[in-house]
Write a protein that binds this ligand. Sequence first.
Ligand SMILES: [Zn+2]
Length: 232
Amino acid sequence: MDLLNTLLEIQDLDLRKSEIEKQSASIPEQKKAIISTLKKDKSAYEDLNAQLKEAEKACKDLNHEIDKLKQQKAKIMIQSGETKDNATYTKLVKEAETYDARVDDMESSFLESLDKVEEIKKQKKVLADQLKSMLGKIEQDIKDLDLRHKNLLASLPETEAERAKLAKTVDEETLIHYERVFKSKGGLRAVIVPITHDDSCGFCHLKLSTKDISSAAKGLGECLECGAFLHK
Ligand SMILES: [Zn+2]
């Protein structure tokens, strides 16, 4: 194989390696993004739990208050039944009656709280179903990503070995020069490029001189503008 074709193959392998590394590096971020959507829904569920607890406590407290008021009223009624004094009797009955409005108010508050409890329970159920199906999907997505990561990493040694074998056949100076240019352009783009049909550099697209073109025609030329290697 001539120098140009060997270098082109080395470049292909370098690009493959860069792509593998780029994709591998992006996997932890992808996993994090998946998990963070789950965290948001989980915390919404926990919020609902806290709301439910509060609403249930309000129900219980109101119930307790209602019982207390009813007992107090009953006590007053007993007192009124026991009194021999008419004025005291009237006073006690009136006092007992004031409890009715308070009990009514509390009972309607109690019903409102009960509605709230039911409403929160409904919301919880919807969210729980959502979470359940989401969890299944996320588990699968994470598994897929892990497998992809594993496969990507597993393909690296082979690529590297192939590259090392080819690199041995190229003179050191040329190889180092190529590696330097490849790295300086970010390592994700080909730097050994063909001259375009309108005689421009395939990397920076600058119009080339006749001299540049004729040197590239002999094998490997160089773009004086961007440093890319040129071939016909
Ligand atoms: Zn160029």
